[in-house]
Ligand binder design. Structure first.
Ligand code: ZN
Length: 432
């Protein structure tokens, strides 16, 4: 098991993941999940090509060996070996000679930035094409071009990785991240690295909830997961889609479709506490796998945490989303934010004060500091808040928001008061 604790560890993993040619199926995706499996015991689940998944179908499995565009002088002008983005992802195999005119519509460039290679896919419509720098495209001379795409579209399967960390309760928290983008750093390897590190950290901790981590290709991967787990979705109490966590932008939380789920209160409270520049945006049916998880037939309490959002930075879905725009420190801080969210979810209990008539005497129970006369230390103030507000209705989050004291501090106070017999947790029973 390779350990992922520091920003340097996260960056090292991102650098190992970056060169892999991922897609929504195929060996690049499997290789990625196996690499993550060196840090966490990830189970790989395969869903065969052709499987009906709600309104979709698992496509043939795509693999690629090489792809080149060669001019009439025999010079290779575009080579997949130079960059994974050079080929339209899911391009069918081609061996043909075409004129430059015939290549029209097959060559994709990034109009705003002539030195960037765009990221293009054609998963569900059989197609092929090259992505290249506008600068290169402008230099192409009229004439015939040889197209050699050594790819395969065969019956196979779609792979996703899953890790369940059982907790005291069968109620689950779902953490979901997409795993299908080739050689794109912020979107996608930063999210893979941070999510893997979070799972590794959480694996060694006591857990109230059961935590389920899913690493899946975008859209069709989450649909497969939903199909395979439809009968158990009632267990999901909270969920978070993670991704784009390595650039320098402040965090953005996107609310669930419900808008008033517990996660929609917890995450904003935590990230604004860590960075006041953090943003909260409303749900919209565009983005990552929250589109599926929050579709009306499921409507799961799942929000999304990013730094920059999808389509929210110039380098998005281009070769300029490379390792230079992510950094160890930003990923490390994102991991810390995720850990704080985990702790907030785990600690967001409701308690009832068992001695509510007047303040109970903390001193005789050894809960007050030895020194009198000074204003109470934070831990003591936290106990006073917990005792005063624990009416069985107010959550630790609500008490944190009212008292402006951190959830970890209140959690520590609650545990001390519970041990002294002054607070009792209100246990909510769920069916299913
Ligand atoms: Zn993307």
């Amino acid at each position: 098991m390779s350990t992922l604790t520091s920003g340097a560890d996260l960056m090292a993993l991102a650098m190992r993941l970056y060169p892999i040619c991922r897609s929504i199926t195929g060996n690049g995706l499997r290789h990625t999940l196996r690499m993550l499996g060196q840090s966490i015991p990830l189970k790989l689940i395969e869903t065969p090509s052709g499987t009906a998944v709600f309104d979709w179908e698992v496509p043939p499995e795509w693999n690629i060996e090489g792809a080149r565009l060669i001019d009439s002088s025999g010079r290779t002008v575009v080579d997949f070996a130079d960059h994974n983005l050079h080929i339209v992802n899911y391009s069918e195999p081609v061996s043909a000679t075409l004129s430059l005119e015939d290549l029209h519509g097959r060559l994709h460039t990034h109009k705003a930035n002539p030195d960037w290679i765009p990221y293009r896919t054609s998963y569900y419509k059989r197609n092929w094409g090259f992505c290249l720098r506008e600068r290169t495209a402008r230099e192409l001379q009229p004439g015939s071009y040889r197209v050699e795409i050594q790819s395969s579209l065969q019956p196979g399967s779609l792979t996703y990785g899953e890790l369940l960390l059982p907790g005291a309760s069968r109620d689950e928290v779902l953490v979901f991240t997409h795993a299908c983008h080739p050689s794109l750093a912020n979107d996608n390897v930063s999210g893979l690295a941070v999510t893997t590190a979070l799972a590794q950290w959480l694996a060694d901790r006591p857990r109230r909830y059961s935590w389920r981590f899913v690493f899946a290709p975008g859209t069709i991967g989450s649909l497969c997961w939903l199909r395979n787990n439809e009968s158990n979705l009632g267990r999901i109490s909270h969920g978070l889609v993670l991704g784009l966590l390595g650039d320098q932008a402040a965090w953005t939380y996107k609310k669930s479709r419900r808008g008033d789920a517990d996660i929609d209160a917890i995450v904003p409270w935590v990230i604004r506490g860590l960075d006041p520049a953090s943003r909260v945006i409303d749900f919209e049916p565009y983005g990552y796998d929250e589109r599926q998880l929050c579709s009306p037939g499921f409507n799961l309490p799942v929000g999304r945490l990013n730094r920059s959002i999808n389509d929210g930075y110039p380098q998005y879905h281009s070769s300029a989303d490379d390792l230079s725009i992510i950094c160890a420190d930003a990923m490390a801080r994102s991991l810390e934010a995720c850990k704080a969210i985990v702790e907030a979810i785990e600690s967001n209990r409701r308690y009832i004060n068992l001695s509510p008539k007047g303040e109970p005497r903390l001193g005789k129970r050894g809960l007050y500091g030895a020194m009198g006369g000074n204003s109470p230390a934070d831990s003591e103030r936290a106990m006073l808040w917990m005792l005063n507000q624990s009416d069985g209705e107010r959550s630790l989050l609500a008490i944190s928001q009212r008292s402006r004291m951190s959830m970890p501090l209140l959690d520590g106070a609650a545990k001390a008061l519970e041990a002294a017999g002054l607070l009792e947790e209100v246990v909510e029973t769920r069916l299913g």
